[in-house]
Design a protein around this ligand. Structure first.
Ligand code: GTP
Ligand code: MG
Length: 194
C-alpha cells in the first residue's frame, strides 16, 4: 500500500451523519493534544493535511482521509476537561456512533504520550479495541521530549499499564522529528494485508 497518496474527504460533527464504511478503515484515537493529527501529517509527509493546534480540543469532528484503498480517520481526542457539558455530550454520542461501526474498523491506532503513564481513558480505549476484536497498534508519541535514559522505562510502563503482550506492537514515535515513522508504516501496512 502506498503512503504518498491521501486526500481529505469529509468531516462529520454529529453522529447521524456518519456514513457506513465503504473501504477499509484505520482509526487514530487518543487523548486530546497527544498528537493524533500531527502523526497523520508526519506519516503522509504533509504539513496541513490534518489540522494541528497547541491548544487541546483542536479536532472536533470525525475526519476522513482517503488513501490508497483505505480510509484514515482522525478523531477528536478524549480527556479534555475544558469543554461544556453539551459539547462533551455531542462528543460522547459521536464516538459511540463511530465505534458502533465496530467490526468494520480494520485497525485502531491508539496514541499515548511517551512521557506519561497512560490515563484511565487510554486504558478504556485499549479495552474497547481488545473487546471488539479490532486489531490495535499502540504509538508512544512525543518521544523527542524524553531523555534517552527515560525511553525504556517509560515504554515498559506503557506496556504494563495497557496490559500489552509480547505480540502487541508498541511504536516509539515523534511526530515532531519523524522518529518511528518507518516502523509505524510497516505496522500499518502489515495489518492491511490481512
Ligand atoms: P486534538 O485534535 O485536540 O485531539 O489533538 P491532537 O491529538 O490531534 O494533537 P495535535 O496533532 O493537534 O498536536 C497537539 C500539539 O502537540 C501541537 O502543538 C503539536 O505540535 C504537538 N506535538 C504533536 N506531536 C508531537 C511530538 O511528537 N513532539 C512534540 N514535541 N510535539 C508534538
Ligand atoms: Mg487533532
Amino acid at each position: 500500500m502506498r503512503f504518498d497518496k491521501i486526500e481529505f474527504t469529509a468531516a462529520y460533527g454529529t453522529s447521524s451523519q456518519l456514513p457506513p464504511p465503504k473501504e477499509k478503515e484505520i482509526v487514530f484515537s487518543g487523548r486530546s493534544n497527544v498528537g493524533k493529527s500531527s502523526l497523520i501529517n508526519k506519516v503522509f509527509n504533509r504539513k496541513n493535511l490534518a489540522r494541528v493546534s497547541s491548544v487541546p480540543g483542536k479536532t472536533i469532528t470525525v475526519n476522513f482521509f482517503k488513501g490508497d484503498g483505505v480510509y484514515f480517520v482522525d478523531l477528536p481526542g478524549y480527556g479534555y476537561a475544558k469543554v461544556s457539558k453539551a459539547e462533551r455530550d455531542r462528543w460522547g454520542r459521536l464516538m459511540e456512533n463511530y465505534f458502533q461501526r465496530a467490526g468494520l474498523i480494520d485497525l485502531g491506532v491508539l496514541i499515548v504520550d511517551a512521557r506519561h503513564k497512560p490515563t484511565a481513558d487510554d486504558v478504556t480505549m485499549r479495552e474497547w479495541f481488545r473487546g471488539s476484536g479490532c486489531p490495535m497498534v499502540v504509538v508512544a508519541n512525543k518521544l523527542d521530549k524524553l531523555k534517552r535514559s527515560e525511553i525504556e522505562p517509560n515504554l515498559a510502563l506503557i506496556r504494563e499499564t495497557l496490559d500489552l503482550g509480547p505480540d502487541d506492537v508498541l511504536v516509539p514515535f515523534s511526530a515532531e522529528k519523524g522518529e518511528g515513522k518507518d516502523a509505524l508504516i510497516t505496522a500499518l501496512a502489515g495489518h492491511l494485508k490481512r
